[in-house]
Design a protein around this ligand. Structure first.
Ligand code: HEC
Length: 212
């Protein structure tokens, strides 16, 4: 009986410690991370926290920019601000913007074609229908078809958001594709869609004559 009680108490402690803390929130990595650490445990300082490092007299983990530092222009747009404008976020007060806030020019379209073929084509294919993408050929079946009605109807702001932050299994390209190029790519994606959806009536009469 004594053994039974000891085992019983141990079992209760075991069950409670294994299951009782489920759902608790913690900033520490999960316990399993200590068995298979991967990169979960990193000696690093979070920005804007306190550090005990003696080198920093103010005790703050991050340094303040030297006086006179100016933000650099990234891409070809003149938007060096970090403000939440439609160009920077793809959103306005009502939500995702309907259409591209950047003036559409043939240069923008060309730039978009070039950037699309570098950053999107490997997965989504040169036509955007994901058929020709090498990633699809290698077996990734979940790549979205950009010719899909759902994406055709999706507003430009939401596509901007997908390029910036990714969607489900697609990762974001904010690091590689600056804001200006994201809008350029969207112009090109729309052109790809139009190349399939265009009707005879869209062709100007003189050009139509020649086509016949
Ligand atoms: C590494 C492969 C890969 C690359 C590169 C890639 N995508 Fe994707 N993309 C995907 C996959 C996979 C999905 C489907 C994600 C899901 O819904 O599971 C997707 C989905 C999308 C969608 C649909 C999102 C939605 O709301 O359903 C859009 C739009 C899109 N991609 C645009 C782009 C553009 C533009 C680029 C180039 C900047 C790009 N993708 C680059 C893999 C990729």
């Amino acid at each position: 009986m004594r053994y039974f009680l000891t085992l019983f108490v141990l079992a209760v402690i075991g069950v409670v410690s294994a299951l009782g803390f489920r759902g608790d929130k913690s900033r520490k990595p999960p316990r399993m991370a200590e068995i298979f650490p991967d990169l979960n445990i990193q000696p690093k300082l979070r920005p804007q926290t306190v550090t005990k490092f003696d080198g920093f007299a103010d005790g703050a983990s991050s340094r303040v920019y030297p006086v006179g530092t100016v933000a650099q222009k990234v891409g070809f747009l003149d938007n060096t601000t970090w403000e939440d404008t439609a160009i920077n976020t793809g959103r306005d007060a009502k939500g995702f913007v309907d259409s591209n806030p950047v003036p559409v020019t043939s240069e923008l379209l060309k730039r978009g074609q070039e950037r699309f073929n570098i950053y999107c084509q490997p997965c989504h294919g040169a036509q955007g229908d994901s058929a020709g993408g090498i990633v699809k050929k290698l077996g990734a079946t979940s790549v979205a078809n950009l010719q899909d009605q759902r994406i055709v109807r999706m507003n430009d702001g939401e596509i901007f958001n997908t390029i910036s932050y990714g969607k489900n299994t697609m990762m974001g390209y904010a690091g590689q594709v600056p804001v200006s190029d994201r809008w350029a790519i969207i112009v090109y994606v729309r052109a790809l869609q139009l190349s399939r959806l265009g009707a005879k009536d869209d062709v100007p009469a003189p050009v139509l004559e020649k086509l016949k």
